[in-house]
Ligand binder design. Structure first.
Ligand SMILES: CC(C)(COP(=O)(O)OP(=O)(O)OC[C@H]1O[C@@H](n2cnc3c(N)ncnc32)[C@H](O)[C@@H]1OP(=O)(O)O)[C@@H](O)C(=O)NCCC(=O)NCCS
Length: 244
């Protein structure tokens, strides 16, 4: 087997479907002769036929379809039709303010578990400590984090959206946008994501585009992305399995 620095594909190891420390993410050149511990769960997202065949041989099943989108700066529509939330407060912050760590982690947990997807396998849990750890890693590595928050007048967090820009990148990453269940269907996700995008492009003027991905089953967010000017780029398939 010849080894190069360029990974062809990646396997992520999981313990009870929680991703294990990123240091165990394997970059694999030729697939099968790496050592994965017996019983390990694994996941891989790919659209390479060869890799898909190897994954099936390893006993993995295709569990989700993911769509990748990009929004070029010049394609942001002049007007998206998004309107400001009636009676809610909208705030934008660099990084999550410490006082909101718990509320933010709790709303992330609700929204991540509510993401419409084809498989029911991943149970997500964010914690105050976990969020604090991620934020200090972002700060240490020079990653910018812009968060949009919707709050009730009594400062209950009911909406969030996250954009990251890694050190040296000219492409920003749009991560989770989530609205608390009782507040959905009122156009506030559209308002939140659209407003945060415009602010990110204004603040980080070296950024040329934003990228995001979502499950094909999540029709609401696909609709919203297209409305915001995102263009579909590619589709990949997520495989999951457990080594015998
Ligand atoms: C997805 C989510 C953020 C949407 O929040 P929301 O406040 O209800 O969204 P909005 O009211 O702004 O509207 C979303 C748009 O999707 C449309 N939509 C909703 N369900 C749809 C469906 N099944 N098919 C097509 N479009 C749909 C709505 O009609 C609306 O479009 P419109 O403004 O043109 O009418 C919310 O359901 C949520 O938090 N889900 C869990 C987390 C998640 O999935 N986040 C996205 C992945 S990052």
């Amino acid at each position: 087997m010849s080894v190069t620095d360029e990974p062809v594909w990646q396997i992520e190891l999981f313990h009870q479907w929680q991703a294990v420390d990123p240091s165990v993410v394997k970059n694999i050149q030729n697939g099968l002769d790496i050592l994965l511990p017996a019983g390990a769960s694994f996941a891989c997202t790919t659209n390479d036929r060869l890799v898909e065949n190897i994954l099936v041989e390893l006993g993995a099943s295709r569990v989700n379809t993911l769509n990748y989108f990009r929004l070029e700066k010049q394609d942001v529509p002049a007007l998206t039709g998004a309107y400001p939330p009636n009676g809610l407060v909208f705030e934008i912050h660099d990084y999550v303010p410490e006082v909101y760590y718990k509320a933010f982690a709790d709303l992330m947990t609700v929204c991540m578990n509510d993401i419409v997807r084809e498989d029911p396998w991943e149970l997500f849990k964010e914690s105050e400590e976990g969020l604090a750890g991620k934020i200090s890693q972002f700060k240490a590595s020079g990653t910018y984090m812009l968060v949009g928050m919707l709050l009730t007048p009594s400062t209950e967090l009911v909406g969030l959206s996250i954009i990251l820009v890694h050190q040296g990148d000219t492409i920003a990453t749009q991560l989770l946008t989530g609205i608390a269940p009782p507040y959905r269907g009122k156009g506030w996700a559209t308002f939140l994501k659209d407003s945060l995008t415009r602010e990110a492009l204004y603040r980080y003027d070296w950024v040329d585009a934003l990228e995001t991905n979502c499950y094909e089953a999540n029709k609401a967010i696909i609709h919203l992305n297209l409305e915001m000017g995102y263009q579909w780029r590619e589709t990949k398939f997520q495989y999951m399995g457990r080594l015998g």
